[in-house]
Write a protein that binds this ligand. Structure first.
Ligand SMILES: Nc1ncnc2c1ncn2[C@@H]1O[C@H](COP(=O)(O)OP(=O)(O)OP(=O)(O)O)[C@@H](O)[C@H]1O
Ligand SMILES: [Mg+2]
Length: 233
């Protein structure tokens, strides 16, 4: 289980304020929030790219707040993928494994490309991939190290509606197959609902995962409470 406790961070005029979050092992949590609400900033704190002014981040009770990103064993898929353009697909996916000096890199790369459904693209240059394929390669690269948690930043943002629907199916299948805990942030309310995950909302740097508050927020924003939540409120 991963938890964020009383996290605060100020960046210029923006601040994350008293963020508390708990995500159970194997859970797929979707954090919905409008543009500029602090979703990426929160993921960067969890990933170790930003250091919070105060608060803790724990995995299974162990405080990881002071560890550098590469020691946290988290898989981070940034909003713009950040694939390495000069490396091919397999080399991108192998990157984290090599940095950690792990053995059987080739086998793990094959396994994880199989998992995301792209085994035939391993020697393709990344600039020759479609947006949907780039997103899946970025997910494969993050999953290769068997992370405690997969952090997904706007995975649907650059996809058209067909590619979105396909990725949604792929994410649900990957989640089912690997049982990886996922925290997925997005402003795309429509694309995120129906993923089967629990929903939290973020607005103005504040986060809530309490059901009545989440339902009230979605009712206000969408004009209705999504079917996923209906039964639980
Ligand atoms: N390094 C920084 N310095 C100052 N302000 C920043 C910095 N990084 C982000 N911000 C500001 O913090 C706010 C939250 O940014 P963030 O990227 O976390 O939003 P977001 O919810 O991910 O938005 P989007 O849906 O557009 O991806 C924005 O107003 C942004 O301009
Ligand atoms: Mg963002």
């Amino acid at each position: 289980m991963i938890s964020v406790e009383d996290l605060n961070l100020r960046l210029g005029n923006f601040a994350l304020v008293d963020v508390n979050l708990r995500v159970g092992r194997g859970e797929h949590l979707v954090i919905l929030g409008p543009i500029g609400s602090g979703k990426t900033t929160l993921l960067k704190c969890i990933a170790g790219i930003y250091t919070p002014d105060s608060g803790r981040i724990k995995i299974d009770g162990r405080d990881i707040s002071r560890l550098p990103p590469e020691k946290r064993n988290l898989g981070y898929v940034p909003q713009d993928y950040k694939l390495f353009p000069h490396l091919n697909v397999a080399e991108n996916v192998a990157f984290g494994l090599k940095v950690r000096g792990l053995s059987d890199v080739g086998e793990r790369v094959r396994e994880v490309l199989e998992l995301v459904g792209l085994p035939e693209l391993s020697s393709r240059r990344v600039e020759q991939l479609s947006e949907g394929q780039k997103q899946l390669v970025a997910i494969a690269r993050a999953l290769a190290i068997k992370p405690h948690v997969l952090l997904l930043d706007e995975p649907f943002a650059r996809l058209d509606s067909v590619a979105k629907a396909r990725l949604r199916g792929e994410l649900m299948r990957i989640h089912e197959q690997t049982g990886t805990t996922m925290i997925h942030v997005t402003h795309d309310f429509e694309a995120a609902l129906g993923l089967g995950g629990r929903v939290a909302v973020m607005d103005g740097g504040r986060l809530s995962q309490e059901l009545p508050e989440v339902a009230r927020y979605l009712q206000e924003r969408l004009g209705y409470i999504p079917v996923d939540l209906e039964g639980e409120v």
